[in-house]
Design a protein around this ligand. Structure first.
Ligand code: PLP
Length: 355
């Protein structure tokens, strides 16, 4: 399939690349952006004038609805380079499908997948050098949609902007993560927007996360909204538990985001013949397992950090430490996933997408 010949995307190239000014050895996550960005407006019921132009500020009126009613969704994905300089995305069709699912829930019109992939190909034709080689290094890709109609009446916007910006990211270790299981705050509720990557979900998490930080923890493990007895997600990651040799994670729902890392870990666990249970996880069983020594691991799964092992959790003011696992499931899945992403391992399930 050759999309480039019939592409409606107009391209304005940067005069001089900024790449030489970037210190790729000391990147702070998400602070530096590549030379180009993609934008496309939804006006009069149609996505139109798709454009790639130099990354930079844009002008938008203060009355734009995104500022008042939070009508905004996003995605997070990464591009990886192998030792031959080939660049790969990881299951990008999943991100495309998910941003449309998120959009639908926020009353935002869906974006055509072919145009999304056309835009991605064109962006990578221009900004390929921004993907650093090396295991764990990547170019983080942030597609997002915002409501751009002017007017503060509380109704869905009739104009939107779909954009893609890209930021080089270094491999990083989250180190040992200390988390608090909260029974006061919830991330999402039944019938709500927890399954969407809605910008507002993140805004709602910052305050409880700050409270946890003040007490020396890094993240919050959220419990369910009705009776805080089930474990749902860790920060902005899906969460897995290993009790003895069984891997357990909650099923996706209105409240639990359908993470691509999560579903990949589930597949890898099945491939490896690991005993896997996808079912609601009780706080009480995890606390009990921590007390009797059968709780071996807790880890978060998400695109940003791939896998983040938890070293300590606290629940109702009591702290529980996990045994350190040199060769645990977390490490195994992280290595497996990174090797597939960087074209160092066989891609049995067709997850790599060369771009
Ligand atoms: C993005 C996100 C995840 C992880 O999804 P991936 O597709 O694995 O990156 C998990 N939980 C929440 C709430 C998220 O927003």
């Amino acid at each position: 399939m050759n999309l480039t010949t019939a592409s409606p995307i107009s391209v304005q190239k940067i005069n001089e690349s900024r790449i030489d000014q970037v210190d790729f050895k000391n990147l702070v996550f998400g602070n530096v952006f590549s030379d180009h960005m993609f934008e496309c407006d939804y006006i009069d019921g149609e996505w139109q004038s798709p454009t790639i132009r130099p990354y930079g500020p844009m002008s938008i009126e203060p009355a734009a609805k995104v500022f008042h009613y939070g009508q905004a969704v996003f995605e997070g994905m990464k591009a990886y380079k192998d030792d031959d300089g080939k660049v790969f995305l990881f299951r990008p069709e999943q991100n495309m499908a998910r941003i449309n699912k998120s959009s639908k829930r926020l009353a935002i019109p869906e974006f055509p997948p072919e145009l999304f992939f056309d835009a991605m190909h064109k962006l990578f034709d221009l900004d390929r050098d921004w993907v650093m080689p090396g295991l764990g290094n990547s170019l983080y890709i942030r597609p997002f949609v915002i409501a751009t109609q002017y007017g503060v009446s509380a109704s869905p916007s009739d104009r939107y902007k779909f954009m893609i910006i890209m930021s080089p990211a270094q491999a990083y270790y989250t180190g040992e993560v200390k988390v608090v299981i909260t029974d006061k705050y919830s991330r999402a509720a039944d019938g709500g927007v927890g399954a969407a990557k809605a910008a507002g979900n993140y805004a709602a998490q910052f305050y409880p996360t700050n409270l946890a930080r003040e007490k020396g923890y890094h993240q919050v493990i959220w419990t369910d909204s009705s009776e805080p007895k089930h474990l749902e997600e860790a920060g902005t990651m899906n969460v897995f538990f290993r009790i003895n040799d069984t891997l357990i994670t909650a099923p996706t729902s209105d409240r639990i985001l359908d993470g691509i890392t999560r579903k990949s870990v589930i597949q890898l666990a099945k491939d490896a013949g690991i005993n896997l249970e996808v079912r609601p996880v009780l706080v009480s069983e995890v606390v009990e397992a921590a007390q009797n020594g059968s709780l071996k691991e807790i880890f978060g799964a998400g695109t940003a950090a791939v896998i983040s092992p938890v070293s300590t959790f606290s629940y109702q003011e009591k702290e529980y430490s996990l045994p350190s696992q040199e060769n645990g499931f977390a490490k195994k899945f992280k290595t497996n996933l990174m090797n597939i992403q960087h074209n160092l391992a066989e891609d049995k399930h067709g997850w790599r997408y060369e771009i």
